[in-house]
Ligand binder design. Structure first.
Ligand code: 1GP
Length: 243
């Protein structure tokens, strides 16, 4: 698997499509998978902070039936571990101060993960304020990083890198009105030498360009592609320009 860890080392940039098991709508999902044949994406992320239909296994099987793009779990908690994926973002919610999402869920998941054979990707997860409450902040009981405090994000990322985390994921939350700012991405880019993943509200080619220009290695797009799979070719074209 073209592991996500190598993105920074190789200078490669990429796009991951986030599929939330609760929101997958069959026609749009089929259209999206068809489009990825001509407009290849780097990863499918599967998950979300609150999932009510536990259909990860079926969703992964449906992806595998149509494409060989690696599938990475984006779990909201330890119940969302599905061994048929390729890897898992082991998220440590370092923007928050809730021990449950810094270590608690990890302890519960550890024996399952050890047996699973999944590639474990220790990830510093930073939720960034997007101007409105997000599901992830509410469910995790944490305050997001202030949108206009790049230095706080930079120090948080530095601490995460020193603790041994291997990726940084800055997320404005699914459907965010305001994505993570270029200033904040730039500050984190300067602060750490890790692959940087950015998501939340990236719903236009311009927003994708802004995140990549500022230093993101991988952008994550969910909501806008669920609503409009036809956006995929434009987003892939933006990423291709950096390949
Ligand atoms: C959310 O980063 C992801 O966790 C993707 O966000 O659904 O807004 O694209 P969107």
């Amino acid at each position: 698997m073209a592991t996500l860890r190598k993105y920074k080392q190789t200078g490669r940039k990429g796009i991951a499509v986030l599929l939330d098991p609760d929101k997958v709508e069959q026609d749009a999902f089929s259209a999206l998978l068809d489009l990825t044949h001509q407009h290849p994406v780097d990863f499918f992320f599967v998950g979300g902070s609150l999932v009510t239909e536990y259909t990860h296994r079926e969703l992964i099987a449906a992806i595998r039936a149509r494409t060989d793009v690696p599938v990475i779990l984006f779990p909201g908690n330890s119940l969302h571990i599905e061994p048929t994926a390729d890897g898992v973002l082991l998220l440590s919610l370092i923007s928050g101060r809730n021990p449950e999402f810094l270590i608690g869920q990890h302890v519960i998941a550890a024996p399952l993960l050890k047996k699973s054979g999944l590639e474990i990707l220790p990830t510093g997860y930073m939720v960034v304020d997007s101007g409105a409450p997000t599901t992830v902040s509410y469910i995790s009981g944490t305050m997001p990083l202030p949108h206009d405090k790049p230095s706080v994000a930079a120090c948080t990322a530095m601490a995460g890198e020193m603790l041994g985390l291997q990726l940084m994921y800055m997320d404005a939350g699914s459907g965010a009105r305001r994505p993570v700012s270029a200033e904040m991405i730039e500050a984190v880019r300067q602060a750490v030498d890790l692959p940087i993943v950015v998501g939340g509200g990236i719903n236009t080619p311009d927003r994708a360009t802004a995140a990549l220009e500022a230093g993101a290695d991988l952008i994550v797009v969910g909501n806008s592609l669920e609503k409009n799979p036809g956006l995929l070719p434009q987003l892939v074209a933006v990423v291709d320009a950096y390949r």
